[in-house]
Design a protein around this ligand. Sequence first.
Ligand SMILES: CCCCCCCCCC/C=C\CC(=O)SCCNC(=O)CCNC(=O)[C@H](O)C(C)(C)COP(=O)(O)OP(=O)(O)OC[C@H]1O[C@@H](n2cnc3c(N)ncnc32)[C@H](O)[C@@H]1OP(=O)(O)O
Length: 302
Amino acid sequence: MALAVGIRGLTRSLLRPWVRVPGPARGRTEPAAGGGDGVRCFGSPRVLVEPDPAAGFAVMKMRNPPVNSLSLEFLTELLISLEKLESDKAFHAIILTSDCPGIFSAGLDLMEMCGRDPTHYAEYWKAVQELWLRFYLSHLVVISAINGVNAAGGCLLALSCDYRVLADNPKYAMGLNETLLGIIAPFWFKDTLVNTVGHRTAERALQLGLLFPPAEALQVGMVDKVVPEDQVLSAARSELAQWLAIPGHARQLTKSLMRKPTADRLLKERDADIQNFVRFISRDAIQKALRVYLEKLKQKKT
Ligand SMILES: CCCCCCCCCC/C=C\CC(=O)SCCNC(=O)CCNC(=O)[C@H](O)C(C)(C)COP(=O)(O)OP(=O)(O)OC[C@H]1O[C@@H](n2cnc3c(N)ncnc32)[C@H](O)[C@@H]1OP(=O)(O)O
């Protein structure tokens, strides 16, 4: 089985690189995230980046409608956006948020894990690993402004950030709900949750596939702040000031000290983790469970 599909190779084959904002914002000079004038937004079809280099950060908006499911193309675009901001010395921080009303992310794209071949599963899983590793270990301060429902892989992405602000809307539940689909959160999803909420809360949340509404998410420490819906971005920006006031090298080394052992566990077993995923997801029973879940999602409309 071909496991060695590098994300950079992926990137070349899938993406036109940096394009000016497509869609409604194309060709316009938009106000930068922090209110600066004359800074152009940039991005890719599914990721809109609003830079504010004067303030040292950019807002990264996910826009893969309808539900920001993390398809292979979308993962790749998120990685490219992150890389671009990381390699520009003007940026010290990112605010990650959604451009899809009411949805932060529906998690991994079930269509990528259903009815495909082992080579595709391996390629997809490698991209999921890469996204986690890069966000989890980023030298930038990453704050998520969670403005919608946030399930499974989407929740992992938010848990990989340094700080989480969640909009106070009872519909905006958040958690690693894999067991509800009949699948299992991999060890590095589990580790990330344990590092955030502690072992007992994680154990219960993972087994029951709990999605926490804002008040509970705050209570268990899954998010750091809950604010009215129209203040999610401004609260994230205010929080950023405290993080950016710390000498960068000291903060970055401390982040690495805290997170590297968790990331190293996956780095040491990366190929084995891909093989486990491919074996697991290819099982007839798992494929059936995913199809049933997808069918339920579609049926709820009728
Ligand atoms: C030995 C062990 C080895 C290790 C094994 C590893 C195993 C695998 C680990 C996998 C890890 C993580 C998994 C995931 O992230 S799975 C995804 C989990 N996500 C969810 O459960 C959320 C599902 N979606 C929803 O609940 C709802 O869509 C919503 C987010 C609440 C939004 O509701 P809505 O009413 O606004 O929209 P809805 O009509 O439901 O959806 C619109 C269309 O989008 C499709 N869709 C929704 N979610 C997904 C998704 N995750 N992937 C792909 N497609 C999705 C939905 O079907 C609708 O499609 P259509 O318009 O009907 O065609």
